[in-house]
Write a protein that binds this ligand. Structure first.
Ligand SMILES: [Zn+2]
Length: 478
């Protein structure tokens, strides 16, 4: 079977934007609009520091951005929950068993996200720039003199990063739609389980095939409540997805309004789809003996038959990657942010994926250090792209916000490996191979854009097709 194509438009960083972590105008990242993307290419991208939000894929400029974002992953099968993570699992179990909130010894998380940050967030009109989570993270950072051990609820605060990209993505999509891009691109389309310390607290896992479109439940006769998890494709053509769409969307709306203080008008269906339902990833079977479907999914948390939370996840060749998580604020006392991370690690094992990717680790922001608490974790070096155990990275990060984690000088510099003869371009409705001659036909700006793409994507450019659009290169960027 041939690999699905990956078609992207490169969107280089222009000027620094205001950062949600440090409040400075110093956040920088490059981006790509992914028209189509194979799961294999996306896996390669996230292993080089990229992440996606809807169809927008971005990468912080690590040595220049004010708050460097390091890709973090946890080896799922070796996951060792901390005391506080176990406490959360226990709290949820006790709630299911006894049916009261009483059991949580920690308090809910809803107040982890301060209300007053909302306006700043709205004002942030350039969400491309990854570093700028919301100002709320900032306020959280500022306040963060409290102990780092209570992780409950912090997870969703971070996942909020994506919310900020909404405006930028909306603009990009409009621009591309205007150009009739989606039409043009169509031409191209042919081409288990050890639970360690948690075993008593979580329901047992099913096999990978049972997981899709089925549910794993916790709660029996002796339980007051029943919690089920259901994994469905995040595909708007999918019947299951359509069936649960409205119910899921209602939870999203409540979450954005209550936890992030979004005005109701901002929580429209279109935004929700663009941001959490659209994906450039093509579904593909993983192959092998325990084959699973790779691509974008939603995992529903269903309490007594009602969706109370949804995890947006990518299942990729080597990992499960967390995209977003939203929940009904009425259940914030269950610390669902932390609970979902634990369940996603469990899912990762069930699906036979080795790693759980939590997105970015931001050492410069204390509040964002909680991700380092899912042991054993590793950070990706921004130059060699080798992985290093987080314990070994911390001393480097304490010294310097930008670090490569490398001792040998040659590993501290990015190597260039792009074979130009393998670069494919999509230009004026046709696919062609790159040549110097072609480069010369472009405007200065067009050339600079293409060179930037080669420079930033390096050898990954051999696996993607880049859209060259003179008009776009020439036009003034916002
Ligand atoms: Zn910053």
């Amino acid at each position: 079977m041939s690999e699905p194509i990956t078609l992207v438009s490169f969107l280089p960083s222009d000027k620094p934007y205001s950062c949600g972590y440090c409040k400075e105008e110093g956040s920088l990242s490059d981006g790509m609009w992914a028209h189509y993307m194979s799961v294999g290419v996306y896996q390669q991208l996230i292993d080089k520091g990229w992440r996606r939000s809807g169809r927008y894929v971005y990468k912080p400029i690590m040595d220049k951005t004010c708050c460097p974002l390091y890709t973090i992953r946890c080896e799922a099968s070796r996951f060792q929950p901390t005391k506080s993570q176990k406490k959360v699992a226990k709290k949820v179990r006790n709630f299911l068993l006894r049916g009261s909130k009483k059991f949580g010894d920690e308090e809910p998380n809803s107040n982890d996200t301060p209300k007053e940050d909302n306006k700043d967030e709205k004002a942030d009109t350039n969400p491309t720039k990854t570093g700028e989570t919301s100002k709320s993270s900032q306020s959280n950072c500022d306040k963060n003199n409290k102990k780092d051990t209570d992780l409950s609820g912090d997870v969703d605060m971070d996942r909020k990063i994506l919310g900020l990209k909404k405006a930028k993505i909306r603009r990009l999509e409009r621009r591309l739609e205007k150009k009739g891009f989606s039409k043009d691109c169509k031409k191209l389309t042919e081409p288990k389980n050890k639970e360690k310390g948690l075993s008593d607290l979580l329901p047992s896992l099913q096999t990978a095939t049972d997981l899709l479109n089925a549910s794993v439940s916790q709660g029996g006769d002796e339980f007051k409540h029943k919690l089920e998890l259901r994994l469905i494709k995040a595909d708007q053509q999918d019947a299951q997805f359509q069936h649960y769409f409205q119910e899921s969307f209602e939870v999203y709306k409540k979450y954005q309004m209550k936890i992030h203080n979004d005005p109701e008008g901002d929580c429209d269906e279109r935004t929700f789809k663009r941001f959490l339902c659209n994906s450039p990833l093509k579904y593909q079977s993983s192959g092998g003996s325990n084959s699973v479907i790779l691509g974008a999914f939603h995992q529903h948390y269903i309490l007594d038959g009602k969706i109370i939370a949804v995890a947006v996840l990518d299942v990729l060749p080597d990992c499960v990657s967390s995209v977003y998580f939203y929940y009904d604020p009425a259940f914030s006392f269950l610390s669902l942010g932390t609970y979902s991370a634990i369940r996603e690690i469990q899912l990762c094992v069930a699906l036979g994926r080795k790693y759980y990717y939590m997105g970015y680790y931001i050492h410069s922001c204390h509040k964002m250090r909680y991700k380092g608490k899912y042991y054993p974790s590793e950070l990706c070096s921004p130059t060699s792209y080798r992985w290093h155990p987080i314990e070994k990275c911390i001393p480097y990060l304490d010294q310097d916000k930008f670090t490569t984690f490398e001792k040998e000088p040659e590993l501290m510099v990015k190597k260039k490996n792009l074979n130009m003869s393998r670069v494919r371009l999509f230009f004026a409705g046709d696919m062609l191979l790159y040549s110097e001659g072609f480069m010369e036909t472009l405007s200065r700006k067009g050339q600079a854009n293409l060179r930037g793409y080669f420079d930033i994507c390096d050898s990954l450019a051999e696996n993607m097709i880049v859209v060259v659009n003179e008009e776009e290169g020439d036009s003034d960027d916002e």
